[in-house]
Design a protein around this ligand. Structure first.
Ligand code: 6PG
Length: 464
């Protein structure tokens, strides 16, 4: 009998199925079109001996050992729902359906509740690492019941990336916890990518460096405190030339960024939880602005596009990036903590950091420090206050200020880096300016305010 079933042999589904087979699991696969199934089996080579592909959906379901576990790797929404509905007649109580795509955790929660009412179990699993990760070792964030996790854990741990022999797969919490944490992972991914892009932009504009020269700088940084997958690939991307024109590859790519929604979900959920992940928001917003190419061209024409040139110190840039990266991660971790409280997930954020150390897109040297610091306990629940993180943050802070100051003075946009400074400066200000906000609210809406010297709600002397 098969250990697990998988429906949907697209890029990610195929990669996961081959990974599972390679790690010794017997996998039953099924695809809407038989031709794709046959093609997949032919591509599988030696691994085909661990794969089975029954023709009918009933035979497919019956070939999986009980309680059955079936990964549905089809487009989220109506297509996934249709597949799950068509499976139900063949399932038994306790069987587990699994969504391993990038799903909105709100949908995961409602699907789980609906399936539970029908006697079935459901897992929402965040899988990071792109196609390469899915095939050879992703980071896996599982959400769902303990029983479902216990059924799936041996398989998921077998296919996950390993950090010093530890599998990067964990049970994050019930229902949507896994998909929520994957969403925040992507939010941090957006922030890190944006900050790296801002640093690239400064080196290019202020220092007049070539893409290849900047790429070499990123490559050098990847051997130090900034070591990370995103810094590594940035080094490679910037040193690549377009085979057609011979120009630097980045120079022939349109400066208009796409997005599939996970970064935006992070920001939306943050706001719903009363949080502000402003560095992540800056990154999501910058992608939106980047898409407005015509308007930017008009802005350049009508407002002027001149930007002063004032070379920045490269060591400052590295230190600034590290400080800002700590703050972006901190916002993600605070958000996960808030959601965990709200939805009773009891997320172990040290474990989240541990399973992000390999396989996923945001894997970085910093995550090992974050894992240790989080395990030791976060002062005020704030990552940036923890021993091991506070010191590099403070060490890089003057550089971050110099870089942001130079960029603002020159007219070069650094929304994520400057957002990081604003966040930090706000969070170290014992008395802020919200007293005035409260006074204004009371003035025009009689909303009331608390006083520094008395309990209860009060009103100001504004007249009636
Ligand atoms: C991952 C990636 C993956 C995907 C993003 C890209 O962790 O493997 O995050 O999930 O590449 O969805 O998202 P955008 O298309 O929104 O940039």
């Amino acid at each position: 009998m098969a250990d697990i079933g998988l429906i949907g042999l697209g890029t990610m589904g195929s990669a996961l199925a081959l990974n599972m087979a390679e790690k010794g699991n017997d996998v039953a696969v099924w695809n809407r079109t038989r031709a794709r199934t046959d093609e997949f089996l032919a591509e599988a080579g030696d691994l085909a001996s661990k794969l089975s592909a029954p023709e009918g959906l009933d035979d497919f379901v019956n070939s999986i050992r009980s309680p059955r576990a079936i990964v549905v790797m089809v487009k989220a929404g109506a297509p996934a729902q249709a597949v799950m509905d068509s499976l139900k007649p063949y399932l038994d109580a306790g069987d587990i359906l699994i969504d391993a795509g990038n799903a909105d955790f709100n949908d995961t929660r409602s699907t789980e509740a609906a399936l539970k009412a029908e006697g079935f179990d459901f897992m929402g699993i965040g899988v990071s690492g792109g196609e390469e990760g899915a095939r050879h070792g992703p980071s896996i964030m599982a959400g769902g019941s303990v029983a479902a996790w216990e059924r799936l854990a041996p398989i998921l741990k077998s296919i996950a990336a390993k950090f010093e022999d530890q599998p990067c797969a964990a049970h994050i919490g019930s229902d949507g916890a896994g998909h929520f944490v994957k969403t925040v992972h992507n939010g941090i991914e957006y922030a890190d990518m944006q900050m790296i892009a801002e640093v690239y932009g400064l080196m290019r504009h202020m220092n007049g460096m070539s893409p290849a020269g900047i790429g070499a700088q990123f490559e050098a940084w990847n051997s130090g405190a900034l070591a990370s997958y995103l810094v590594e690939i940035t080094g490679q991307v910037l040193q690549a030339d377009d085979p057609e024109t011979g120009k630097p590859m980045v120079d022939v790519i349109l400066d208009s960024a796409g997005q599939k929604g996970t970064g935006r979900w992070t920001v939306i959920e943050a706001l719903k939880l009363g949080q502000s992940a402003n560095v992540i928001e800056a990154a999501v917003g910058a992608r939106g602005w980047s898409a407005a190419r015509d308007l930017r061209a008009m802005g350049a024409e009508m407002l002027g596009s001149d930007v002063a040139v004032a070379p920045v110190d490269l060591e400052d840039l590295a230190a600034a990036l590290l400080s800002a990266r700590i703050l972006a991660y901190a916002q993600g971790f605070t958000l996960i903590g808030a959601a965990s409280d709200e939805f009773n997930w009891s997320v172990d954020r040290a474990e989240v950091a541990e399973i992000w150390r390999a396989g996923c897109i945001i894997r970085s040297a910093l995550l090992d420090t974050i894992a240790g610091a989080t395990r030791a306990g976060l002062p005020g629940d704030a990552l940036y206050l923890a021993d091991g993180l506070r010191e590099p943050l403070l060490a890089g802070l003057p550089a971050l200020r110099r870089i942001v100051g130079a960029a603002v003075a020159a007219g070069f946009p650094v929304p994520a880096l400057s957002g990081a400074v604003a966040y930090l400066d706000t969070m170290r200000q014992p008395r802020g300016t919200a007293d005035l906000i409260q006074a204004q609210r009371d003035f025009f809406g009689a909303h009331g305010f608390g006083r520094v010297d008395a309990e209860g709600q009060h009103h100001g002397p504004w007249g009636s």
